[in-house]
Structure formats: C-alpha cells, structure tokens
Write a protein that binds this ligand. Sequence first.
Ligand code: SF4
Length: 213
Amino acid sequence: MTDTDGTAGLDRRLADALERLGHGMRSLAQRTAREHGLSPLQQQAVLALAQHPRNRHEVAALAAEFDVTTPTMSDAVAALERKEIVTRSPGTDGRRRSLTLTATGEEVARGLSSWDDPLTSALAGISEHDRAITLHTLLRVIGGLHSAGVVSVTHMCTTCRFFGRDEYPDPAVPHHCHLLRIPLPLAGLRTDCPEHEPADAPASKRKQRATPQ
Ligand code: SF4
C-alpha cells in the first residue's frame, strides 16, 4: 500500500467512524425522545430553549440551527404547544413570536438533560490531551462543512470572524479570540459561544462591534 493509499484509507475510515457516531447519536436521541413522548426534533427544540439565549428562541432560528425548514420546525413547535411544553409570546420587536418553556417544559428539559450521558461517559475514559485534540479536529471538520454549505448555523470558534488561527507557537494554545482578546487553548474552544459572529456574515448584518485587532 502506498502513502497515498494509506491517507485515502485513513480518510475513509474517519468518515466511516463519524458516520457511525452520528448514527449512534441519532438512535440514542430517538430513544430518549420516545421515552418523553417527543419526536427527536421536538427534543432538540426543548433542549435548545432550555440552553440558548432568548434571542435564539424563535421558530426561524431553531429551524436554521437544526437544518430543517421553517414549516417543519413550526409543526414541531405547534406539537410542543399542544403538549403544554412551550408557549409563544411577542418578542422584543412586538412582531416575532418568542418561544418559552412552560413549567412542564422546564421539567421535561431537566429530564432530557442527560440524554447524551453514554457519549460523555465514553469520552471520560480518554485523556484530556486527546479530548482537546479531538475537539479541535472536530471543530475544523465542522468549519469545513460550514464553508461547503453542508452545516448552516454554528456558534463555534472555527466559523467565527473573531477567530485568529495559529497565532501562537504553543501547540496546546495556538489560536486567539480577537473579540475577547485572549489566547484560545484547544481544550477551551467554544461550541456555543454567545459572542459568535459568522466569519462570512455580510458587514451590514454584523452587530456593532469594534473591528478585530
Ligand atoms: S467570539 Fe466566541 S466563538 Fe468567536 S472566536 Fe471568540 S470565543 Fe470563539
């Protein structure tokens, strides 16, 4: 086998492993959602409403987050309203409807919060060094998929306009955040940063901020 064959084979095996991981997580999500009388998409919406800031509590934002159409997410939210898990109220602009978990919804979200425990338990057996490298690698892959239009919305460092790649010689702390003005260790890269702004956002849509140094 040549080096080229070896690299191609490695890439194929990595793609197979990621596909297998995705399949396993989808099965796990289906099982936990079913246990709570929800669809997997309804489960994702409940967890997002429990964890995300209020400015992402709208049907369109949730649809973009989970790569489904707005009507599909609207149907999922309507089902959650019928189950008295979610309510809608006027948003800050008075027009858009902001989604809120009811007391029942909060309880459901607490019950769902450990849905991915089998994954975190499997990760706990891996050294911190290897987990940090894995996080960095996965965020680079997701960044590449975002650039290719496969993944639409992320709030991760590798798709952020403030991300300074490879600015330091330390392999454990190579990157920099130009908004927070701090070095970013591999283990500290963010997967859901409230300050994230897409690297490819049109200038007119960016929030008013100082230009990165
Ligand atoms: S603003 Fe957040 S997502 Fe963007 S580079 Fe800084 S820490 Fe990462």
